[in-house]
Design a protein around this ligand. Structure first.
Ligand code: COS
Length: 400
């Protein structure tokens, strides 16, 4: 087993780290005050080749591994989770298309967005006001009308929607079939697509979420991705992969909290020595460092499983909830270690706490992640031989 990155991955990691130091970290706080999409930084990330990494070469992209993609998410997340989310928004928006669309569809709809001079954006439109964790409850409707579909409904919390020129829309083609009636469509910004309320969030203010309203939107039947009824499965397969990306951003946040707290603990002197010399602080730092390291390993392992077409649902859920919970715990510990300074807006750690909170919620709450992991573990346990045979009522216990 070799934990080192390949030369290509190492170079990408270094490029993303350098980009973060130069363009993200110095601007993260100032730009978040504006509560706007960080257009200039994202454009620079596009020019630096840090966006659209998963699009296959046949459709004009670099087609790098998910593992390589997580390196960019971690490095940029270290500087600012909100900007990392803005830079990575196309990963989520285009992942269902990479999974379910044909190369011809990708060439027609995605290639023009990733090969021009300016960065262009897609927006993943799954969540609705009454359908968050319960994806099968989606009410957005797509009805076939000759060679077209007519789409009606409203999505919310759609990342980068105001900036987007392509929307990946999950809609029901047969509502009576519940999750089996869901389908996914590529919807260009066209007549009837409207941006609704833009949310004002507590953290990750360098990423924008809004409502998207679809009013009698007509798209050619060729905008259907995969077959009718495959939407739920494509959504689950997408989230299996993209949750590793969220875990990577969370790892960046968790590591940043460690680094800021350790730096501070060295410099800050009380009772005649640096506060880091007190075990109350150094033990905290050790726990924080272990959480960040474990988050990184879980994340990269989940990405490696996905890259090798191995079952990944459980491990991407592990990575997502562990890394985002770690980001939150580390941010809180960093504030505590820095005391009054940690609570000041001019120091970087209060922002880590605000940003980390969202990592525990979006792309599937951490409760959903535990549900996915727990259910998979129960299924796996059916054929598990631990060597210990339970007696139930004097007999061998029945296998479930
Ligand atoms: N890959 C492929 N297929 C999958 C899958 C996966 N990871 N997970 C489930 N499926 C399939 C199942 O095999 C099942 O197929 P059949 O109907 O053919 O038997 C179907 O999907 C339904 O699966 P399940 O019964 O497990 O669905 P549930 O409704 O019980 O649970 C959860 C699904 C809750 C896990 C799912 O809805 C989910 O992940 N929700 C969170 C969504 C989310 O992340 N929302 C945030 C918005 S993203 S920004």
């Amino acid at each position: 087993m070799d934990f080192r990155l390949s030369d290509k991955e190492q170079k990408l990691w270094e490029r993303a780290e350098e980009f973060t130091r130069e363009h993200i970290t110095p601007r993260a706080h100032i730009l978040e005050m504006r509560n706007e999409f960080p257009k200039e930084v994202v454009q620079k990330a596009y020019e630096a080749g840090l966006m659209n990494l998963h699009i296959p070469p046949e459709a004009g992209g670099p087609g790098v591994s998910l593992l390589a993609e997580t390196l960019v998410s971690e490095a940029t997340g270290y500087g600012c989770a909100g900007m990392a989310t803005s830079i990575m928004c196309n990963n989520l928006a285009f992942a269902p298309l990479v999974i379910g669309a044909t190369i011809e569809q990708l060439k027609e709809h995605v290639e023009p967005l990733i090969t021009g001079k300016d960065a262009k954006f897609g927006s993943f439109c799954l969540t609705e006001r009454k359908a968050g964790s319960d994806v099968a409850a989606i009410t957005t409707r797509a009805e076939r009308d000759g060679d077209e579909y007519i789409i009606n409904g409203m999505k919310c919390f759609a990342t980068s929607a105001p900036q987007a020129s392509l929307f990946t829309v999950f809609a029901s083609t047969q509502p009576e079939l519940k999750h089996k009636g869901l389908s996914v469509f590529m919807v260009p910004k066209t007549k009837g697509v409207k941006i609704g309320h833009i949310e004002d969030k507590v953290g990750q203010k360098n990423s924008i979420q809004s409502e998207v309203i679809f009013e009698d939107v007509r798209v050619p039947k060729e905008c259907l991705v995969g077959k009718e009824g495959e939407g739920f499965k494509i959504a689950m397969m997408t989230l299996d992969k993209t949750r590793a990306g969220i875990a990577a951003i969370a790892t960046g946040v968790a590591q940043r909290a460690v680094d800021e707290a350790a730096k501070f603990a060295n410099i800050r002197h009380q009772f005649g020595k640096s506060v880091g010399r007190f075990q109350g602080i150094s033990f905290k730092l050790a726990d924080m460092g272990a959480r960040a390291a474990a988050s990184r390993h879980l994340t990269r392992y989940a990405a490696w499983l996905a890259d090798n077409d191995l079952p990944v649902s459980k491990d991407s859920a592990f990575a997502k909830f562990f890394a985002s919970d770690s980001a939150m715990l580390n941010a809180l510990d960093a504030i505590q270690i820095m005391g009054g300074y940690g609570y000041l807006v001019e120091y970087p750690v209060e922002k880590l706490m605000r940003d980390a909170k969202l990592l525990q919620i979006y792309e599937g709450t951490n409760e959903i992640q535990r549900l996915v992991a727990g259910n998979t573990m129960l299924k796996e346990s059916v054929n598990l031989d631990t060597g210990f045979h339970v007696k139930y009522d004097g007999k061998d216990a029945p296998m479930v």
